[in-house]
Ligand binder design. Structure first.
Ligand SMILES: Cc1cc2nc3c(=O)[nH]c(=O)nc-3n(C[C@H](O)[C@H](O)[C@H](O)COP(=O)(O)OP(=O)(O)OC[C@H]3O[C@@H](n4cnc5c(N)ncnc54)[C@H](O)[C@@H]3O)c2cc1C
Length: 296
Protein backbone atom coordinates (compact mmCIF):
# COMPACT_ATOMS: atom_id res chain seq x y z
CA UNK A 1 0.00 0.00 0.00
CA UNK A 2 3.10 2.26 0.11
CA UNK A 3 2.02 4.00 3.30
CA UNK A 4 3.74 7.29 4.08
CA UNK A 5 4.49 7.80 7.75
CA UNK A 6 6.68 9.07 10.56
CA UNK A 7 9.24 6.58 11.90
CA UNK A 8 8.93 8.22 15.35
CA UNK A 9 5.49 6.67 15.62
CA UNK A 10 7.18 3.43 16.73
CA UNK A 11 7.15 5.04 20.21
CA UNK A 12 3.40 4.30 20.40
CA UNK A 13 2.85 1.77 17.60
CA UNK A 14 5.90 -0.33 16.75
CA UNK A 15 6.08 -1.73 13.23
CA UNK A 16 7.93 -4.72 11.86
CA UNK A 17 9.48 -2.56 9.10
CA UNK A 18 9.89 1.19 8.50
CA UNK A 19 7.12 3.00 6.61
CA UNK A 20 7.86 2.51 2.90
CA UNK A 21 7.27 6.21 2.12
CA UNK A 22 8.68 9.25 3.98
CA UNK A 23 6.27 11.31 6.10
CA UNK A 24 4.23 14.14 4.63
CA UNK A 25 5.22 17.72 5.40
CA UNK A 26 3.78 18.93 8.72
CA UNK A 27 1.83 22.17 9.08
CA UNK A 28 3.11 24.91 11.49
CA UNK A 29 0.83 23.84 14.42
CA UNK A 30 2.13 20.29 13.92
CA UNK A 31 5.71 21.45 14.08
CA UNK A 32 5.03 23.34 17.32
CA UNK A 33 3.38 20.29 18.89
CA UNK A 34 6.13 17.98 17.61
CA UNK A 35 8.72 20.13 19.39
CA UNK A 36 6.65 20.13 22.60
CA UNK A 37 5.68 16.42 22.54
CA UNK A 38 8.18 14.59 20.31
CA UNK A 39 6.94 11.14 21.36
CA UNK A 40 3.24 11.98 21.26
CA UNK A 41 2.84 13.97 18.06
CA UNK A 42 3.41 12.41 14.63
CA UNK A 43 2.77 12.99 10.98
CA UNK A 44 -0.41 11.17 10.02
CA UNK A 45 0.34 7.85 8.32
CA UNK A 46 -1.54 7.75 5.03
CA UNK A 47 -1.98 5.88 1.77
CA UNK A 48 -1.71 9.23 -0.08
CA UNK A 49 1.65 8.95 -1.80
CA UNK A 50 4.32 11.37 -0.59
CA UNK A 51 6.50 10.32 -3.50
CA UNK A 52 5.47 8.88 -6.82
CA UNK A 53 5.49 5.10 -7.09
CA UNK A 54 5.51 3.01 -10.25
CA UNK A 55 1.72 3.14 -10.38
CA UNK A 56 0.81 6.36 -8.52
CA UNK A 57 1.83 9.98 -8.74
CA UNK A 58 2.67 12.03 -5.63
CA UNK A 59 -0.19 13.59 -3.64
CA UNK A 60 -1.57 16.61 -5.51
CA UNK A 61 -2.69 18.67 -2.45
CA UNK A 62 -6.02 19.59 -4.05
CA UNK A 63 -7.65 18.15 -0.87
CA UNK A 64 -10.28 16.34 -3.01
CA UNK A 65 -9.45 13.00 -1.45
CA UNK A 66 -12.72 11.12 -1.38
CA UNK A 67 -12.30 10.15 -5.04
CA UNK A 68 -8.68 11.00 -5.69
CA UNK A 69 -8.50 13.05 -8.95
CA UNK A 70 -4.81 12.21 -9.41
CA UNK A 71 -4.90 8.49 -8.51
CA UNK A 72 -2.28 9.23 -5.84
CA UNK A 73 -4.25 7.53 -3.06
CA UNK A 74 -3.85 3.80 -2.67
CA UNK A 75 -6.61 1.67 -4.13
CA UNK A 76 -6.64 -2.01 -4.99
CA UNK A 77 -6.64 -1.12 -8.69
CA UNK A 78 -3.51 1.08 -8.49
CA UNK A 79 -1.57 -0.92 -5.90
CA UNK A 80 -2.53 -4.57 -5.68
CA UNK A 81 -3.41 -5.68 -9.21
CA UNK A 82 -0.18 -7.68 -9.48
CA UNK A 83 -1.60 -10.00 -6.82
CA UNK A 84 -4.83 -10.51 -8.73
CA UNK A 85 -2.86 -11.12 -11.94
CA UNK A 86 -0.79 -13.91 -10.37
CA UNK A 87 -1.83 -17.24 -11.94
CA UNK A 88 -2.05 -18.98 -8.57
CA UNK A 89 -4.58 -16.42 -7.22
CA UNK A 90 -8.33 -16.97 -7.59
CA UNK A 91 -10.84 -14.39 -6.34
CA UNK A 92 -14.33 -15.62 -5.48
CA UNK A 93 -16.69 -12.65 -5.48
CA UNK A 94 -20.21 -12.71 -4.06
CA UNK A 95 -19.24 -15.48 -1.65
CA UNK A 96 -20.12 -15.55 2.04
CA UNK A 97 -17.81 -17.30 4.48
CA UNK A 98 -19.99 -19.33 6.78
CA UNK A 99 -17.69 -21.51 8.76
CA UNK A 100 -14.06 -22.30 9.47
CA UNK A 101 -13.15 -25.94 9.97
CA UNK A 102 -10.59 -26.53 12.69
CA UNK A 103 -8.96 -29.16 14.82
CA UNK A 104 -6.24 -29.03 17.47
CA UNK A 105 -6.01 -25.22 17.50
CA UNK A 106 -5.54 -24.93 13.71
CA UNK A 107 -7.94 -23.79 11.03
CA UNK A 108 -7.71 -26.09 8.04
CA UNK A 109 -10.75 -25.34 5.87
CA UNK A 110 -13.34 -22.71 5.05
CA UNK A 111 -16.93 -23.28 4.03
CA UNK A 112 -18.39 -20.51 1.92
CA UNK A 113 -21.71 -19.99 0.20
CA UNK A 114 -21.94 -18.76 -3.39
CA UNK A 115 -24.84 -18.93 -5.82
CA UNK A 116 -26.93 -20.81 -3.27
CA UNK A 117 -24.37 -23.61 -2.87
CA UNK A 118 -21.86 -24.36 -0.14
CA UNK A 119 -18.22 -25.03 -1.03
CA UNK A 120 -15.26 -26.02 1.11
CA UNK A 121 -11.65 -25.02 0.48
CA UNK A 122 -8.59 -26.07 2.48
CA UNK A 123 -5.32 -24.20 3.02
CA UNK A 124 -2.30 -23.91 5.31
CA UNK A 125 -2.96 -20.28 6.26
CA UNK A 126 -6.20 -18.31 6.73
CA UNK A 127 -6.53 -14.56 7.27
CA UNK A 128 -9.90 -13.42 8.60
CA UNK A 129 -10.85 -9.75 8.08
CA UNK A 130 -14.62 -9.46 7.89
CA UNK A 131 -15.02 -6.43 10.23
CA UNK A 132 -16.00 -6.02 13.86
CA UNK A 133 -19.49 -7.49 13.42
CA UNK A 134 -19.06 -10.25 10.84
CA UNK A 135 -15.68 -11.54 12.07
CA UNK A 136 -17.07 -12.57 15.48
CA UNK A 137 -20.17 -13.98 13.76
CA UNK A 138 -17.95 -16.26 11.64
CA UNK A 139 -15.99 -17.27 14.75
CA UNK A 140 -19.20 -17.93 16.69
CA UNK A 141 -20.63 -20.03 13.83
CA UNK A 142 -17.37 -21.96 13.77
CA UNK A 143 -17.49 -22.50 17.54
CA UNK A 144 -14.13 -20.72 17.78
CA UNK A 145 -15.48 -18.68 20.63
CA UNK A 146 -15.56 -18.10 24.32
CA UNK A 147 -13.35 -15.47 25.93
CA UNK A 148 -13.85 -12.01 24.43
CA UNK A 149 -15.16 -13.06 21.00
CA UNK A 150 -17.94 -10.67 20.01
CA UNK A 151 -17.83 -8.69 23.26
CA UNK A 152 -17.14 -5.01 23.83
CA UNK A 153 -18.54 -3.42 20.65
CA UNK A 154 -18.17 0.30 21.05
CA UNK A 155 -18.45 3.58 19.18
CA UNK A 156 -16.03 6.41 18.66
CA UNK A 157 -17.18 10.02 18.43
CA UNK A 158 -15.47 12.91 16.71
CA UNK A 159 -15.96 16.59 17.54
CA UNK A 160 -14.62 19.35 15.27
CA UNK A 161 -13.21 22.63 16.55
CA UNK A 162 -11.67 25.65 14.91
CA UNK A 163 -8.72 27.18 16.76
CA UNK A 164 -7.82 30.80 15.97
CA UNK A 165 -4.08 31.32 15.86
CA UNK A 166 -2.18 34.43 16.88
CA UNK A 167 0.86 35.11 14.73
CA UNK A 168 1.01 31.63 13.15
CA UNK A 169 0.10 30.96 9.53
CA UNK A 170 -1.37 27.51 8.91
CA UNK A 171 -1.99 25.38 5.82
CA UNK A 172 1.36 24.55 4.32
CA UNK A 173 1.30 20.84 5.15
CA UNK A 174 1.47 18.43 2.24
CA UNK A 175 -1.67 16.39 2.85
CA UNK A 176 -5.26 16.83 3.99
CA UNK A 177 -4.76 15.74 7.63
CA UNK A 178 -1.17 16.27 8.65
CA UNK A 179 -0.89 15.38 12.33
CA UNK A 180 -1.98 12.86 14.92
CA UNK A 181 -1.58 13.83 18.57
CA UNK A 182 -1.53 11.06 21.19
CA UNK A 183 -1.29 13.36 24.25
CA UNK A 184 -4.73 12.25 25.51
CA UNK A 185 -4.47 8.69 24.26
CA UNK A 186 -2.81 6.79 27.07
CA UNK A 187 -2.43 7.19 30.82
CA UNK A 188 -4.69 6.67 33.82
CA UNK A 189 -7.72 8.56 32.43
CA UNK A 190 -9.19 5.78 30.18
CA UNK A 191 -10.34 3.96 33.34
CA UNK A 192 -12.81 6.83 33.88
CA UNK A 193 -13.38 8.42 30.48
CA UNK A 194 -12.52 7.72 26.90
CA UNK A 195 -9.05 8.06 25.49
CA UNK A 196 -8.80 10.63 22.71
CA UNK A 197 -6.85 11.16 19.52
CA UNK A 198 -6.50 14.69 18.15
CA UNK A 199 -6.31 15.15 14.37
CA UNK A 200 -4.56 18.24 13.02
CA UNK A 201 -6.33 19.32 9.82
CA UNK A 202 -4.69 21.06 6.89
CA UNK A 203 -7.92 22.21 5.21
CA UNK A 204 -10.54 24.89 5.67
CA UNK A 205 -13.10 22.62 7.37
CA UNK A 206 -14.94 25.63 8.85
CA UNK A 207 -14.86 27.89 5.80
CA UNK A 208 -12.34 30.46 4.64
CA UNK A 209 -12.41 33.94 6.16
CA UNK A 210 -12.67 36.67 3.52
CA UNK A 211 -9.86 38.97 4.70
CA UNK A 212 -6.60 37.67 3.15
CA UNK A 213 -4.59 38.30 6.34
CA UNK A 214 -7.07 36.17 8.33
CA UNK A 215 -7.25 33.20 5.98
CA UNK A 216 -4.28 31.30 7.38
CA UNK A 217 -4.17 32.02 11.17
CA UNK A 218 -6.78 29.37 11.82
CA UNK A 219 -6.46 25.70 12.61
CA UNK A 220 -9.16 23.00 12.46
CA UNK A 221 -8.81 20.04 14.83
CA UNK A 222 -10.92 16.94 15.33
CA UNK A 223 -10.97 15.22 18.72
CA UNK A 224 -12.02 11.59 18.50
CA UNK A 225 -12.80 9.69 21.67
CA UNK A 226 -13.97 6.16 22.30
CA UNK A 227 -16.74 4.96 24.54
CA UNK A 228 -15.81 2.74 27.46
CA UNK A 229 -16.02 -0.98 26.78
CA UNK A 230 -19.00 -2.88 28.08
CA UNK A 231 -19.30 -6.61 27.43
CA UNK A 232 -23.09 -6.31 27.20
CA UNK A 233 -22.56 -4.55 23.85
CA UNK A 234 -21.86 -7.56 21.75
CA UNK A 235 -22.34 -9.63 18.61
CA UNK A 236 -24.32 -12.83 19.03
CA UNK A 237 -25.98 -15.23 16.58
CA UNK A 238 -29.67 -15.23 15.72
CA UNK A 239 -31.74 -18.31 14.98
CA UNK A 240 -30.47 -18.32 11.36
CA UNK A 241 -26.84 -18.11 12.51
CA UNK A 242 -26.66 -14.52 11.28
CA UNK A 243 -24.88 -11.70 13.11
CA UNK A 244 -27.08 -10.01 15.70
CA UNK A 245 -25.95 -6.93 17.60
CA UNK A 246 -27.03 -6.41 21.21
CA UNK A 247 -26.29 -2.85 22.27
CA UNK A 248 -27.22 -1.43 25.68
CA UNK A 249 -25.14 1.75 25.35
CA UNK A 250 -22.11 2.71 27.35
CA UNK A 251 -22.06 3.35 31.11
CA UNK A 252 -22.20 7.12 30.59
CA UNK A 253 -24.53 7.19 27.58
CA UNK A 254 -27.17 4.41 27.64
CA UNK A 255 -28.79 3.50 24.35
CA UNK A 256 -32.23 5.11 23.87
CA UNK A 257 -31.74 7.71 26.60
CA UNK A 258 -32.74 5.72 29.69
CA UNK A 259 -30.18 3.80 31.72
CA UNK A 260 -30.49 0.11 31.01
CA UNK A 261 -32.57 0.55 27.84
CA UNK A 262 -31.67 -2.25 25.47
CA UNK A 263 -31.27 -1.85 21.74
CA UNK A 264 -30.93 -4.78 19.43
CA UNK A 265 -30.51 -5.00 15.70
CA UNK A 266 -29.53 -7.51 13.08
CA UNK A 267 -26.48 -6.45 11.15
CA UNK A 268 -28.87 -5.90 8.22
CA UNK A 269 -30.80 -3.43 10.39
CA UNK A 270 -34.04 -5.46 10.54
CA UNK A 271 -35.30 -6.17 14.06
CA UNK A 272 -35.35 -9.75 15.25
CA UNK A 273 -38.76 -11.23 15.85
CA UNK A 274 -39.78 -12.57 19.23
CA UNK A 275 -38.61 -16.02 20.11
CA UNK A 276 -35.46 -15.84 17.97
CA UNK A 277 -32.77 -17.96 19.52
CA UNK A 278 -29.64 -15.96 20.20
CA UNK A 279 -26.44 -17.17 21.72
CA UNK A 280 -23.08 -15.57 22.37
CA UNK A 281 -21.38 -18.90 21.74
CA UNK A 282 -23.00 -21.97 20.18
CA UNK A 283 -21.25 -24.04 22.86
CA UNK A 284 -23.81 -22.57 25.24
CA UNK A 285 -26.84 -23.58 23.18
CA UNK A 286 -29.15 -26.38 24.18
CA UNK A 287 -28.66 -27.70 20.62
CA UNK A 288 -25.31 -29.53 20.56
CA UNK A 289 -22.57 -27.53 18.84
CA UNK A 290 -21.83 -30.52 16.62
CA UNK A 291 -25.25 -30.06 15.07
CA UNK A 292 -24.27 -26.56 13.94
CA UNK A 293 -21.40 -28.02 11.96
CA UNK A 294 -23.39 -31.09 11.01
CA UNK A 295 -25.91 -29.08 9.01
CA UNK A 296 -23.24 -28.18 6.46
C1 LIG B 1 -18.90 6.31 6.78
C2 LIG B 1 -17.55 5.82 7.30
C3 LIG B 1 -16.45 6.66 7.24
C4 LIG B 1 -15.21 6.23 7.71
N1 LIG B 1 -14.13 7.07 7.62
C5 LIG B 1 -12.92 6.66 8.02
C6 LIG B 1 -11.77 7.48 7.87
O1 LIG B 1 -11.84 8.58 7.36
N2 LIG B 1 -10.58 7.01 8.31
C7 LIG B 1 -10.47 5.76 8.86
O2 LIG B 1 -9.36 5.37 9.22
N3 LIG B 1 -11.55 4.97 9.02
C8 LIG B 1 -12.76 5.37 8.61
N4 LIG B 1 -13.85 4.56 8.75
C9 LIG B 1 -13.67 3.26 9.40
C10 LIG B 1 -13.08 2.25 8.42
O3 LIG B 1 -13.79 2.28 7.22
C11 LIG B 1 -13.19 0.87 9.06
O4 LIG B 1 -12.58 0.90 10.33
C12 LIG B 1 -12.49 -0.16 8.19
O5 LIG B 1 -13.05 -0.19 6.90
C13 LIG B 1 -12.64 -1.53 8.82
O6 LIG B 1 -11.93 -2.42 8.01
P1 LIG B 1 -12.21 -3.96 8.05
O7 LIG B 1 -11.33 -4.57 7.01
O8 LIG B 1 -12.10 -4.43 9.45
O9 LIG B 1 -13.75 -4.14 7.64
P2 LIG B 1 -14.53 -3.77 6.30
O10 LIG B 1 -13.92 -2.60 5.59
O11 LIG B 1 -15.97 -3.73 6.67
O12 LIG B 1 -14.24 -5.03 5.36
C14 LIG B 1 -14.79 -6.31 5.66
C15 LIG B 1 -15.06 -7.00 4.35
O13 LIG B 1 -15.46 -8.34 4.65
C16 LIG B 1 -16.60 -8.68 3.87
N5 LIG B 1 -17.36 -9.69 4.63
C17 LIG B 1 -18.07 -9.55 5.77
N6 LIG B 1 -18.58 -10.72 6.16
C18 LIG B 1 -18.19 -11.64 5.25
C19 LIG B 1 -18.40 -13.05 5.08
N7 LIG B 1 -19.13 -13.78 5.95
N8 LIG B 1 -17.85 -13.66 3.99
C20 LIG B 1 -17.10 -12.96 3.09
N9 LIG B 1 -16.86 -11.64 3.20
C21 LIG B 1 -17.41 -10.99 4.26
C22 LIG B 1 -17.37 -7.37 3.71
O14 LIG B 1 -18.21 -7.46 2.56
C23 LIG B 1 -16.21 -6.38 3.53
O15 LIG B 1 -15.80 -6.30 2.18
C24 LIG B 1 -15.09 4.95 8.28
C25 LIG B 1 -16.21 4.10 8.33
C26 LIG B 1 -17.42 4.53 7.85
C27 LIG B 1 -18.62 3.59 7.91
Amino acid sequence: MSISGDGDMAHVMPRSLPFPQPPHRMSPPDRIMKAAQPHQHFTMPTGRARQATETRIAYCASLRCRYCPADAKFTVSNGLMHLFAAPEVSVVTGAEVRHLGHARNSVSSVTYRAGGRDYTASADLFVLGANAIQTPAILLRSVLCGGLVGLGLHESHGASFEVFLDGIENFDGSTITTGLNFGLYDGAHPTEHGAALVYFENRWSHGMRVEPERMRPTFPIVIVTEELLDDRNRVVLDADDGAFVEFVGCPTRPFGGGRGTQGTARSSGAPAGPGHLRSSCPRNRTTPAGDVAGRR
